[in-house]
Design a protein around this ligand. Structure first.
Ligand code: SAM
Length: 321
């Protein structure tokens, strides 16, 4: 996906179509290494005017030059980054975006994600209601986009997780609003998912999303710190969907697994150290507990920041002796 973006080959006039186990990404020309098909039912976006086209009458050339060229639509909320020098016209930009997307109800200016609970820093620049329902891969995600993160770049990883866990006991240690737990429950019907979340607001939406997607019999939302709430030796699969300091929770993640269970360990590492740096964290922590980690798969989820990647290590954890 990153390669398609980086090489500017994404055909932004058509929608990305995510169905069951396939993702159709519209491209301008074939790309080596990708399966290229002629789309049967391409979904074209109604040609949306650019912000510059909408605002050209009301702004000087240099301001027009710095207008945002891209944004993310989450449900009916538009999320956009705006350069500091455009502060005086932020509300104008917000109104212009709502005029381009009349079905949207709110525009949020994005300043990034912060803190242990990965909270977005955002301000409303147009509209009022930042609570929304985002549809993706047959899943309904309800959230307040001003208060809760939703990573666009994790789409493929959410889809990958949705294909795993059939008949298993799963522990999701950083569940959020159910980014992984709900797609897994809906598409793979595990026996049980313990979804642990420390942020009461995210936990509230997790409970709502369990109801909205009718997976009450599978997903058990747990409010609290995974270091206290993580069970011992019951899980066939443990998902550690966190970044930066995930290694601090590795011991609890490993102890939640039954022998032979699978760990999905997320971490942000320097891109030149992919995947070894993350593999080493899993292997060292396993060894310390007298366990053995068999590395099954290493995935680069997305570019995280300059020189850093968001990686996932899948490992089967067995007894070391
Ligand atoms: N994996 C998600 C995704 O793919 O988009 C991202 C989850 S978000 C980065 C991490 C979540 O873990 C946040 O909702 C945060 O509140 C929660 N969290 C952070 N520390 C926690 C802890 N010690 N126990 C449980 N949840 C925690």
């Amino acid at each position: 996906m990153d390669q398609i973006y980086e090489e500017g080959l994404l055909d932004s006039s058509r929608r990305v179509i995510a169905e069951k186990s396939t993702v159709e990404i519209p491209v301008k020309e074939p790309l080596p290494g990708f399966i290229i098909i002629q789309q049967e039912r391409p979904e074209f976006y109604k040609k949306t005017p650019s912000l510059a086209e909408v605002m050209k009458g009301s702004l000087d050339a240099d301001l027009l030059e710095n207008l945002p060229r891209g944004w993310f639509i989450l449900g009916d909320v538009i999320i956009v980054k705006i350069q500091p020098q455009l502060e005086p016209i932020k509300h104008q930009i917000g109104e212009a975006l709502l005029s381009i997307y009349p079905r949207c109800s709110c525009v949020l200016r994005d300043f990034g994600i912060e803190g242990r609970q990965r909270l977005p820093v955002r301000e409303i620049i147009a509209g009022t209601k930042s609570e929304t329902i985002h549809r993706e891969n047959g899943i309904l995600f309800k959230l307040d986009a001003k208060a809760i993160m939703f990573s666009q770049g994790n789409l493929r990883e959410r889809m990958r997780m949705s294909l795993l866990g059939r008949g298993e006991t799963v522990v999701d240690m950083f569940a959020g609003i159910g980014y992984f737990a709900i797609p897994m429950a809906v598409h793979s019907q595990p026996r049980r998912i313990l979804a642990i979340e420390i942020n009461p607001i995210a936990h509230g939406y997790l409970k709502e999303n369990v109801r909205l997607n009718h997976v009450e019999s599978i997903v058990e939302p747990v409010l609290g710190d995974c270091t206290q709430k993580a069970p011992k030796s019951i899980a066939d699969r443990v998902v550690m969907g966190y970044v930066g300091t995930t290694n601090r929770y590795l011991e609890k993640g490993l102890q939640a697994l039954r022998p032979g269970g699978v760990l999905h360990y997320h971490q942000t590492i320097p891109s030149w150290q992919f995947p070894d740096a993350a593999i080493k964290e899993v292997s060292d922590a396993s060894e310390t507990l007298g366990l053995k980690a068999e590395i099954l798969c290493c995935t680069k989820v997305k570019k995280y920041s300059p020189g850093m990647v968001h990686a996932v290590i899948d490992a089967r954890i067995g007894n070391g002796y």
